[in-house]
Write a protein that binds this ligand. Structure first.
Ligand SMILES: [Zn+2]
Length: 82
């Protein structure tokens, strides 16, 4: 409960910040690029996942969500049938 309230107030703070950027590897609160620590990867249903991210400049935290797209098959191996 308390945790939810904290997250809500964080979201409201972010929404009132006109300088926010929503790009990969950019802090959505202060716009810092590159000084971000990424934590655990979490897989979501289907073809999406997210990283937990922390900004080392302003200490904001967020989830960076990605949709996975198929690229190619690599390193294909098959046991020979005899
Ligand atoms: Zn930041």
């Amino acid at each position: 409960m308390n945790n939810n309230n904290q997250q809500l107030s964080k979201i409201n703070t972010t929404m009132n910040n006109n300088n926010q950027q929503h790009e990969q590897g950019v802090c959505p609160c202060c716009g810092n690029e590159g000084n971000i620590d990424y934590g655990a990867i979490t897989s979501l249903d289907g073809d999406s996942m997210y990283f937990e991210a922390v900004c080392n400049e302003c200490e904001a935290t967020w989830e960076e969500h990605y949709t996975l797209t198929f690229d190619s098959h690599e390193q294909i191996q098959k046991t020979n049938e005899q």
